[in-house]
Design a protein. Structure first.
Length: 221
């Protein structure tokens, strides 16, 4: 037998095992972080807005109780919700939640004595109000951007950003003009904003798998 014929025989009876494909990997299930981010935003906004609106107290009274909410719930928790939105592939939700989480963290820092932000103005309330006006103006512009970007989401989400946009406009005007009426109006719009955010959060919690009924949000896409 020639060497060539021997190679043909070996190739014919080659018993090398075929490659076994790896077992399928089950996709990772990730919960919807939207209701958490909306709830954190809503509660913190609600409490601050009641103070701004003068609900049962003077609009100029201290609102130190908001600081804890701003740092931990509106700030840290909402920021974490934003990071998980990135994991789910929702760029808009991730950007919005992370941004407003940063807003609440920075807002809380302003009123924490250890940061020395308020004391750095040495009692110059006029300059402080102007600086806060610039601060709120920046957030007004960003909220306007989110309002535009949400135009194909849902009526509930568009309504949320619209009322938040008006809230920031009024609060900004209140600081620039030292106008208490604008602040109170901003507080009233803030309360409405919080209620809309809670509605959107509840709508996200009531799924077909977990609830006997659903809440409509008016899908626009």
């Amino acid at each position: 037998m020639s060497s060539h014929q021997g190679q043909d025989v070996e190739a014919k009876y080659d018993v090398t095992p075929a490659a076994v494909p790896p077992p399928p990997v089950a996709p990772t299930t990730i919960g919807n972080p939207g209701p958490l981010g909306l709830s954190a935003f809503a509660l913190t906004t609600f409490v601050l807005s009641l103070h701004n609106a003068g609900a049962g107290l003077a609009p100029t009274s201290p609102h130190g109780v908001v600081t804890g909410l701003a740092v931990f719930y509106g700030g840290l928790v909402q920021l974490l919700a934003g990071m998980w939105e990135f994991r789910t592939g929702n760029t808009f939700g991730a950007t919005a939640f992370s941004s407003y989480g940063g807003f609440w963290l920075s807002f809380g820092a302003i009123f924490i004595p250890g940061f020395g932000i308020v004391t750095s103005y040495n009692g110059d309330t006029v300059t402080l109000n102007q600086s806060l006006g610039f601060y709120l103006l920046g957030w007004t512009i960003l909220t306007g951007i989110f309002l535009i970007a949400s135009h194909r989401s849902s009526v509930g989400l568009v309504s949320l950003f619209f009322f938040l946009f008006v809230t920031f406009i009024l609060l900004t005007a209140g600081k620039f003009n030292n106008n208490l009426t604008a602040q109170v109006a901003g507080g009233a719009f803030g309360v409405v904003t919080a209620v809309i955010a809670w509605y959107n959060a509840l709508s996200g919690l009531l799924t077909k798998e977990s609830s006997h009924f659903l809440l409509p949000v008016g899908r626009l896409n």
